[in-house]
Design a protein around this ligand. Structure first.
Ligand SMILES: [Ca+2]
Ligand SMILES: [Ca+2]
Ligand SMILES: [Ca+2]
Ligand SMILES: [Ca+2]
Length: 441
């Protein structure tokens, strides 16, 4: 490499460093090198969260001329009043579970503390909370010619609204919990039976529910006692659990009732769920009045033997002719040879039958395209000998797999399958062509 070449290379490298330096100085430019410039808060105008659920707030501050000087950051949870209906607390790098806090530190450290800012709404409250952020630069930096040095300290103040509501809950008052529990089930003498139980609550959010289960004492119609096991306890006659909605439902999902040994007749279990007031602004003088509950019971019929294998069931057929002015493929008149109410002979293997008084959430009704033989299982090998589902009748679809739909026919426990290809959406005014589930297959 020649001397001239080397010199040219060095000049280019120096030019590059100069360019980068100028670029960086522009990036951090002090727009007024003589006087102080104000800090600027970065804070969202609003954030959304669910009741009893902490929310991260993205907050930071900048100041073009604070340099290595100190900033003061003050955070405050607004009191309840006016539009603000909920209090709360916050945690950040400088404090935990506080309603007001200040920090005096460098810009970098202030932003490090702000980077972990999390707001926790007041327990059980829905509505609006608010946090105020004030940053001042302690006069950093610039010449101060004002006779009052306090006038040389520049500040920025903002607030963030925190909207606290459960998805789909437009009502700021508490909504009650709803239990799902079959009205009755059958089991054999001394045979434990799994009970499908669950609870929902629109606005409990991250708050706790309390579920209490009790085996009714013998008396009146109740002739048998028993015990139960669930996620909250084993072989107990009374138990309660206070936990999140997901946790109480996980506990309920394993509920098994064991009848008193050798007893036949009727046992009963009571389920009471309360939402601990979660959530809603409580306007009652007595806070207990803001706790909403649902109470149900299930009758457990304890039988020497299960009902006879063959029985006649009257299928609840909604055989309404389809309307004429829709895209319903059946809008052209269909001549059905089957009467509106169909009596079908069911031959089902006796099992501890589960009667679905409660249709699963999200289930839709479909319409039969034509008469079709029902199946015991979702496969072509399990065709029933005599159960025919009439064309044009409508049914709840409670399961879908392997190219089959499972239909709820009638209580107790009569569930059958039909090929999914034999059903279309129901175009009546209630279902309005709601899509049917994907049956795969
Ligand atoms: Ca300045
Ligand atoms: Ca400044
Ligand atoms: Ca509500
Ligand atoms: Ca509630």
């Amino acid at each position: 490499m020649s001397i001239a070449h080397l010199r040219r290379t060095i000049i280019i490298v120096i030019a590059c460093f100069l360019f980068i330096g100028v670029f960086l100085s522009f990036a951090q430019a002090d727009p007024d090198p003589v006087n102080n410039n104000p800090p600027v808060n970065s804070l969202p105008g609003s954030v959304n969260t669910e009741p009893n659920t902490p929310v991260v707030i993205a907050a930071s501050v900048s100041d073009p001329d604070v340099g290595g000087g100190l900033m003061e950051i003050e955070l405050t949870v607004s009191g309840v009043g006016g539009a603000v209906t909920c209090g709360g607390t916050f945690s950040w790098g400088a404090g935990s579970n506080v309603t007001n806090d200040t920090l005096l530190d460098t810009l970098a450290n202030a932003n490090a503390a702000l980077s972990t800012l999390t707001f926790t709404p007041q327990a059980g409250c829905t509505g609006l909370a608010r946090m105020v952020m004030e940053s001042d630069d302690q006069g950093n930096s610039g010449a101060c010619t004002d006779p009052n040095p306090l006038n040389c300290i520049l500040a920025d103040t903002n607030f963030v609204n925190i909207n606290i509501a459960a998805p789909g809950d437009s009502d700021p008052v508490n909504n009650p919990p709803v239990n799902f529990l079959p009205g009755s089930m059958d089991t054999l003498v001394s045979s434990p039976i799994a009970i499908p139980a669950s609870v929902t609550d629109l606005d409990v959010g991250g708050g706790n529910m309390e579920v209490e289960l009790t085996v009714s004492g013998v008396g009146g119609a109740v002739t048998c006692s028993g015990s139960f096991t669930w996620g909250g306890g084993t072989n107990v006659q009374n138990d309660s659990l206070t936990a999140s909605l997901a946790s109480v439902n996980a506990a309920l999902s394993t509920l098994v009732f064991t009848p008193q040994a050798g007893c036949t007749g009727l046992a009963r279990m009571v389920m009471e769920s309360d939402d601990q007031g979660n959530s809603g602004t409580c306007i009652h003088p007595n806070p207990l009045d803001c706790i909403l509950a649902d109470t149900n019971f299930i009758n457990i019929n304890i039988l020497v033997s299960l009902p006879t294998a063959t029985h006649t069931a009257t299928a609840a057929v909604t055989n309404t002719p389809p309307p004429t002015n829709t895209t319903d493929p059946l809008a052209t008149p269909v001549v059905s040879t089957i009467a509106p109410t169909v009596t079908a002979l069911f031959t089902l293997t006796p099992v501890a039958e589960r009667c679905l008084h409660v249709i699963p959430n999200g289930a839709v009704q479909g319409r039969m395209l034509y008469d079709v033989r029902a199946f015991f299982a979702p496969n072509l090998q399990s065709e029933t000998p005599e159960v025919v589902i009439p064309g044009n009748s409508t049914w709840w679809i409670v399961g879908a797999t392997n190219g089959f739909y499972q239909l709820f026919i009638t209580c107790p426990g009569n569930l059958v399958w039909v090929p999914a290809s034999s059903m279309i959406p129901n175009y009546d005014e209630v279902w309005n062509g709601a899509p049917l589930p994907n049956a795969g297959g």
